[in-house]
Design a protein around this ligand. Structure first.
Ligand code: ADP
Ligand code: MG
Length: 331
């Protein structure tokens, strides 16, 4: 690399807008520049930690806009904090770059800055190496003791909810996979659903202590509810008619004359960053009230039952045949 690693860090990462503000530095006495960053944890809070890697041409097209890649990389990590009910604290970033392209880095840095500002989650360290384009982010968040949204604590009799509308990001992925561009006016919403997913950070914190279990559905609704079912030792029955299918998907699928695919996408497509959660019946009202306060749509989609599988039933009570359940890297 012609420009040194140190200059790269200084020019694109160690700069105001990305690093902790004066106020945030009370919790982060040391950020970029030393061998480690240092976090001063508030007493009585727990640290939640999660990491996600995005590899070019596996998790995003290598030619995609670098600002959008940055936003997506941070969004998918923040979504994991959301799914635990954690408040974002700070993140580290490991970048592998095939070459130094200053315009690319400029865009990347700007994309990061927008997310950092929006979610108040500053950059506190990282690493840069030469290699195939790949981005790894580790996020850190704060949890309140006793208010952890785990996967293993759903109980039979509880209700299952999902936030937002489903299927748009999955449709975007399948169009990208077929070599289609998402830059046309009728794919605008699909484009933003894929590149700019909105992590449900506020929702996660609001429902912590109310929901009994939660997960973000980055591998698809059925597959991720399957994790709750397995880890909690329960079954889950979904009501097909209640599944909120994205309007963008309905429009696009309607135009293509295939509506049943919409439901299949909503149930199985990954890259969705909504939260699926379970709640005891007597906590339902409080849950809905919290979601209404922050203007996040929540839909009742099913029930936790005794058993071990996730099923989706049509209006006649017949189990719907699901074509694929979630993305798996090694199969
Ligand atoms: P070391 O040799 O100790 O790993 P580096 O030279 O890799 O240190 O990094 C110097 C400082 O810059 C460290 O504080 C590190 O956390 C930070 N840093 C390196 N790469 C990045 C990056 N991509 N984003 C943010 N901080 C970074
Ligand atoms: Mg290093």
């Amino acid at each position: 690399m012609a420009i040194s690693e140190f200059d790269l860090i200084k020019d694109y990462f160690n700069k105001s807008g990305l690093i902790p503000t004066t106020e945030q530095s009370a919790r982060i006495p040391l950020g970029i520049g030393d061998d480690c960053a240092v976090i001063d944890l508030p007493p009585e809070r727990l640290l939640a930690v999660s990491m996600d890697t995005l590899v070019a041409d596996v998790h995003f097209p290598a030619k995609a806009d670098s600002g959008l890649i940055a936003q997506r990389a941070l969004a998918v990590n923040l979504s994991d904090l959301a799914a635990m009910g954690a408040e974002p604290l700070a993140f580290t970033l490991a970048l592998s770059l095939p070459k130094v392209e200053e315009a690319w880095l400029q865009g990347f840095s700007l994309g990061l800055e927008q997310m950092i500002q929006k979610y108040r989650c500053p950059l506190i360290g990282g690493d840069i190496t030469k290699g195939p384009l790949s981005i790894t982010i580790q996020v850190h968040g704060l949890l309140e003791r006793g208010k952890i949204l785990r996967r293993d604590s759903a109980r039979p009799g509880e209700l299952v909810y999902v936030s937002g509308e489903l299927g748009a990001a999955g449709l975007a992925v399948s169009l990208l996979g077929n070599g289609m561009s998402l830059d046309k006016p009728d794919t605008k919403e699909l484009h933003s659903a894929y590149y700019q997913p909105v992590p449900r950070v506020i929702l996660g914190q609001s429902i912590a202590g109310i929901a009994s279990a939660a997960i973000d559905i980055s591998d698809g609704l059925m597959a991720d509810l399957g994790h709750i079912a397995e880890q909690s030792g329960v079954g889950i029955v979904l009501n097909a008619k209640a599944i909120p299918i994205s309007k963008a998907v309905k429009n696009f699928m309607g135009a293509m004359g295939d509506k049943s695919k919409g439901l299949n996408l909503a149930l199985t497509a990954g890259d969705e960053y909504e939260l699926a959660l379970t709640v005891a019946e007597d906590q339902q009202e409080e849950l809905q009230q919290k979601a209404a306060e922050i203007n996040v749509p929540l839909t009742l989609i099913g029930r936790v039952v005794k058993g071990s599988r996730v099923k989706c039933l049509d209006s006649d009570g017949r189990e719907i045949d699901i074509k694929n359940s979630g993305y798996r890297h090694f199969s």
